[in-house]
Design a protein around this ligand. Structure first.
Ligand SMILES: [Zn+2]
Length: 109
């Protein structure tokens, strides 16, 4: 005959599952926030790299006042332009230097 000490009761298992679920629910917002922060950092890094490429291109073509991302392809490995991890679009502008911005709020140099 099995004694009650051999295994967990249903109530004990349910309480353990409930506690694990509660901890996971408490951790989820922090994990999501950290993920968003990392993606923002990655976008800022992309902007910095594109800005550097744009400045270099502008140095070589001082009369070009409408530099597109396509024209900057040569500066990137495999000619792949970095993309915003949150789906933003990069916009370029030449006005007393080269400027690049992301359409997502908070993604700026
Ligand atoms: Zn972005």
């Amino acid at each position: 005959m099995r004694s009650s000490r051999d295994a967990f009761t249903l109530v004990e298992v349910m309480i353990a599952i409930m506690i694990i679920g509660l901890l996971a629910a408490m951790a989820a917002p922090a994990v999501l926030k950290a993920r968003e922060k990392a993606q923002t950092r990655l976008c800022m890094n992309n902007l910095r790299v594109i800005h550097t490429a744009g400045e270099q291109y502008l140095f070589e073509h001082p009369d070009d006042d409408d530099i597109t991302l396509e024209e900057l392809k040569q500066f990137f490995s495999n000619e792949v332009i970095p993309e915003c991890p949150q789906g933003g679009t990069y916009q370029t502008k030449v006005d007393k230097g080269f400027h690049v911005t992301c359409t997502v709020d908070g993604h700026e140099l």
